[in-house]
Design a protein around this ligand. Sequence first.
Ligand code: CUA
Length: 327
Amino acid sequence: MNSNMPLFPEQASTFAGQVDNLYFFLVGLTVFFTVLVAALSVFFAVRYRRRQANEVPEEIHGSAILETLWIAVPFVLAMVLFVWGTSVFFTIYRTPVNAMEIYVVAKQWMWKFQHPDGQREINELHVPVGRKVKLVMTTEDVIHSFYVPAFRFKADAVPGRYTYAWFEATKPGRYHLFCAEYCGTSHSSMGGWVVALEPQDYQAWLSGSAGGASLASLGQKLFQNLACASCHLSDGQGRGPALEGAFGKAVQLEGGQSVPVDEAYLRESILNPRAKIVERYQPIMPTFQGLVSEEQLLQLVEYIKSIGPKAGTAKGAAPTGKEKLGK
Ligand code: CUA
C-alpha cells in the first residue's frame, strides 16, 4: 500500500510490513490525541467562557472516575506500544540460525561484502529473494550504519567487534543502501545498492561472478583487499617477507630451521601466522582464520604461486633465470 505514497519506500522485506504497522499505529495514536486535545481546548474555551463580569464558577473537588481513566488509558496504551515494539525489535535483531551469511566490512567510505563462496563486492550486495540473509558486520575504522529503507532495518557496524543483522527480501529489485551514522567527509556518499534476485538469477550471478576470473587473479584481488600487500612488499623491506618467487623454495625460520614453501606452509601461515616465523621478521601478522574461506585460501595460494620475483628488486629471492640472462 505504501508504494503509492511518495514519502514511503516500498516494503521489500519480511518485517517491513510489521515496522510500518507499528509506525502507522504510533502516528495514528499521536494524531488522534493531538486533534482530541486541541478540539476539546477550543470547545471548552467557548463552552465555559465567562459570560458576565461578576460570574464565579462552581468549584470542583476532584473526580475518581476521571483520574482512574487518565491513569489507566495511557498505561494500557504505553504497554501495548511496549509489547508491540519489543516484539518487532526482537524479530529484527534476533538473527535466525539457518540464514546464509554475508560478511560486511565497512570502511571510510565504502561497503565491502563477501559471499560464503568467496564472491566479493563493493557497494553492491546481491542476495536471493525468499532466503534469510545474515550479515556479520565489522568496520575497519569508525562506526558506520547499514541502512536499507526498503527493508526497514538499520544496524551499526562497530570497530573491533562483530555485529549481526538479518533480513529476508520479499521481491526482486534494486534497493538503496545508505550509511546512517555520520562517519566523516564522504558519509553522505557512502552508499550503494542491495540487489535482490530470484533464486535462479542469484545462482546465475554467483557462478557468473566467480567463473569469470582465474583462481590466481581472484587471489590477487583478495591479496589487495585483505591488505596483504601493505606488509608483504615485493622489495623485502616490508613488515612481512616478500612473497615474489617464494613458492617452491625453502625459507629460513627463526631458530635456524628451514622449511619448504608449499601449499600447506602458505595455508598455515595465513591461518596461524605465529606457527612459523621467518628469520628477521616480527610475529606481528594477524590471523586470517575465519576471514578467508577454503576457496579463498586456494586463491591466495594460487596467486602466490603465480608471482615470480620482480626484476632487480628481490634481494632475498633467487632469480628465476629470465631476468638475469642479459648480464
Ligand atoms: Cu559510513 Cu557514514
